[in-house]
Write a protein that binds this ligand. Structure first.
Ligand SMILES: Nc1ncnc2c1ncn2[C@@H]1O[C@H](COP(=O)(O)OP(=O)(O)OP(=O)(O)O)[C@@H](O)[C@H]1O
Length: 292
């Protein structure tokens, strides 16, 4: 299966949210990585056919997604960033309700509901009301509903928002297990959510993909540019505005810092293995400085 974005753009009044995106996706996991406001949600909504592009189009195996109508919705699973849960519903009621909207057979829906609530570790809460759920539990329920129709295209907008580290790790495992026969898109600004499970990472900035490749290919782009160094206190002043500082730890005599820079930021700096977080911070350091 191929999911194709052709010159895809979206403009809201005078704001261009997505600009001229071209991409071809086939089965696998794609991490859309970008800061808040980069245009991720707008792009995902166009892929899902929820909003129409200002120009360009989304195609599935050569067919326009909106024109495909029901046939497209049958193969689509979507977890939006904001999900409206009915607090008085139990987890099971909610799943069956979504299944009926998706037009699934009641018998299949019941079986799938049990299977998916088990998958997302909500088995014990099957008959609990959603109003008693934590943010993480609601998010897991959101992931379960997106899987009800065994979608071939699964789109998850910030799926790990509100999940604790254990839940995040569990989420990564279940997603990587189901990627063989699906196109899975995960949008996030949390690098660790996609670093190890994505086949391709697409870095989105100001409505455009500025980088695209396997995690290894992207890491190559910052190889030799990540430094571990000790900076005396008197030299540390101003360092943060001149350099892209990934992290820093103030010690008694100096500051232990990890810095992304083309050249060694100080004598004695040691080149270290880069991570995608280094690359992310390099790509978005200008926005952080500008406070965007
Ligand atoms: N309906 C809308 N009307 C006007 N501007 C919008 C609308 N939706 C999004 N935007 C703007 O388009 C840009 C991209 O927004 P979008 O929500 O797609 O980004 P994002 O990467 O998903 O960020 P976030 O994670 O914060 O949602 C932002 O500047 C946003 O303010």
């Amino acid at each position: 299966m191929q999911l194709i974005m052709e010159h895809l753009s979206k403009q809201f009044k005078n704001k261009i949210a997505v600009r001229q995106i071209d991409a071809v996706l086939s089965e696998g996991i794609y991490g859309f990585l970008g800061a808040n406001g980069a245009g991720k949600t707008t792009l995902l909504q166009m892929i899902c056919g929820i909003i129409e592009p200002t120009s360009g189009e989304v195609k599935v195996n050569g067919e326009n997604n909106i024109q495909m109508g029901e046939r497209f919705r049958d193969i689509l699973g979507y977890l939006p960033q904001e999900f409206g849960y009915t607090p008085g519903f139990t987890a099971k009621d909610f799943m069956l309700y979504i299944a009926s909207i998706k037009g699934l057979e009641p018998k299949y829906a019941k079986r799938k509901t049990i299977e998916l609530l088990r998958l997302v570790n909500l088995e014990k809460e099957t008959n609990s009301k959603i109003r008693t759920f934590s943010g993480g539990m609601k998010r897991r329920l959101g992931i379960a509903q997106a899987l009800l129709n065994d979608p071939k295209i699964l789109i998850l907008d910030e799926p790990t928002a509100g999940l604790d580290p254990k839940e995040r790790a569990y989420f990564r495992n279940i997603i990587s297990e189901m990627s063989k026969d699906k196109i899975i898109i995960i949008s996030t600004h949390i690098v660790s959510d996609i670093e190890y499970i994505s086949d391709q990472v697409l870095v989105m900035k100001k409505g455009d993909f500025i980088l695209q490749g396997t995690p290894e290919e992207l890491l190559d782009k910052v190889k030799g540019e990540v430094w571990s160094c000790r900076i005396p206190h008197k030299k540390w002043v101003g360092f943060e505005s001149r350099y892209c500082v990934v992290n820093s730890h103030v010690l008694a005599n100096d500051v232990d810092a990890r810095i992304v820079s083309l050249e060694a930021p100080i004598d004695g700096a040691v080149n270290v293995e880069p991570t995608l977080e280094d690359l992310y911070l390099k790509c978005f350091s200008d926005e952080m400085e500008a406070g965007e």
